[in-house]
Write a protein that binds this ligand. Structure first.
Ligand SMILES: Nc1nc2c(ncn2[C@@H]2O[C@H](COP(=O)(O)OP(=O)(O)OP(=O)(O)O)[C@@H](O)[C@H]2O)c(=O)[nH]1
Ligand SMILES: [Mg+2]
Length: 357
């Protein structure tokens, strides 16, 4: 299915029906009095989260969405029918923005969460409502009010706990295919992944959602490669896994240079994204060249004032995968991990009981 994550739509709620001016006309009842019914209310345009959906594709082709107007009031005290609401189903994680101002109106995540995008008009009152002791035959009725109308931009930002970022070909899709049941396309050329993939990863007795996104390159903020728009899908992540290719195919690139280039791109996309906790991993360490490059990077970052851990991983041999998942789990479930028994003790080094002489 095609993945669409930004659309512009026009919504128009139903107008309220007009109230009627009518009179009661019956045999033997002269001057029966006013009998004009009220107009019906116009239908709202309502956005509702449908967890079955994962794209905004439906709205790419159909952009006009109009709810039904209320019926006009009728004679014999009959009110017009209310217009039905128009329900538009959207995937979880959709941000609704006013196209004119850019203002975010709603961020819809939970199943069945609703947002009234355009409120229907109110039906007008019929002339029977205006009868009073001094004016028993009002010759006027109220008109219905028009329904709201506006241009909206719907933006889908996937809901994932962990985002995988890195250069194309770094092994992002391979990683998600190893740690989850997602089966994205994997190939040894850059820009294999064109749309994000989600995978659910089981970790101990918990699980989290990982997003694999297209590769970033230097200058992505200016449109190089696939640009950087897809970074919106990792905006909500709590931790980023930054994959660095160890075995470098291109001249002029090195793990350190790649790492810095991607960090710069993240910063240029949003300062908030750049501030997210990152877990750094060098991939493909089953290749000796990659292992050497990974160890070099680990040494370099380990010497920093605030040492940064570098994971050496291989999707082929499975090396380092457990350590990587544990590191992710620790960031995501830190509070819970702190409570778990055994936390804080160094494993592999049994405490020696103190001997008092
Ligand atoms: N030897 C080895 N090769 C790997 C490993 N992980 C990935 N590869 C290979 O690296 C190539 C690129 O892998 P992908 O997972 O498609 O890379 P990607 O980062 O998703 O690339 P884009 O989608 O283009 O951004 C593929 O040919 C993989 O088979 C690994 O651990 N060891
Ligand atoms: Mg990929």
């Amino acid at each position: 299915m095609k993945f669409v994550d930004e659309v512009r739509i026009h919504v128009k709620a139903g107008d309220g029906g007009n109230g009627a001016v009518a009179w009661r006309r019956e045999k033997f009842i002269p001057r029966g009095g006013p009998a004009g019914g009220d107009g019906g209310n116009g239908g709202d345009v309502v956005l509702v989260v449908d967890p079955q959906l994962s794209t905004l594709l439906d709205y790419r082709y159909v952009r006009e969405h109009k709810a039904r107007s209320g019926g006009h009031g009728l004679g014999s005290d009959c009110n017009g029918v209310d217009g039905d609401d128009l329900v538009l189903r959207i995937p979880p994680g959709t941000v609704v923005k006013d196209a004119a101002t850019g203002e975010a109106l709603a961020d819809l995540g939970k199943p069945d969460e609703r947002f009234v995008a355009a409120k229907g008009g109110r039906g007008g009152l019929g002339n029977m409502n205006f009868a009073s002791s001094t004016n028993q035959a009002p010759r006027y009725a109220q008109d219905g009010t028009p329904g709201e109308e506006r241009e909206l931009v719907l933006e889908l930002k996937l809901l994932a706990d962990v985002g995988i970022v890195g250069y194309p070909n770094a092994g992002k899709s391979t990683l998600i295919s190893v740690i989850s049941r997602a089966r994205p396309k994997i190939a040894d050329y850059p820009f294999t992944t064109l749309v994000p993939n989600l995978g659910v990863v089981g970790w101990r007795d918990r699980s989290f959602v990982v997003a694999d996104i297209p590769g970033l390159i230097e200058g992505a903020h200016a449109g190089a490669g696939l640009g950087h728009q897809f970074l919106r899908h990792v905006e909500r992540c709590r931790v980023l896994v930054h994959l660095v290719e160890g075995a470098n195919p291109e001249p002029g690139r090195s793990p350190k240079a790649d790492l810095d280039a991607i960090d710069r791109e993240l910063e240029l996309y949003s300062a908030e994204l750049a501030k997210k906790p990152q877990i750094i991993a060098v991939t493909k360490v089953d290749v000796p060249e990659a292992r050497a490059a990974g160890e070099k990077l680990a040494k370099l970052l380990g010497r920093r004032k605030k040492p940064v851990e570098v994971h050496l991983v291989s999707a082929v041999t499975g090396e380092g995968m457990k350590g990587l998942l544990d590191a992710i789990g620790r960031v995501l479930f830190r509070a819970a991990a702190a409570r778990a028994p055994g936390h804080g003790r160094r494993l592999g080094k049994p405490r020696r009981p103190k001997v008092h002489a």
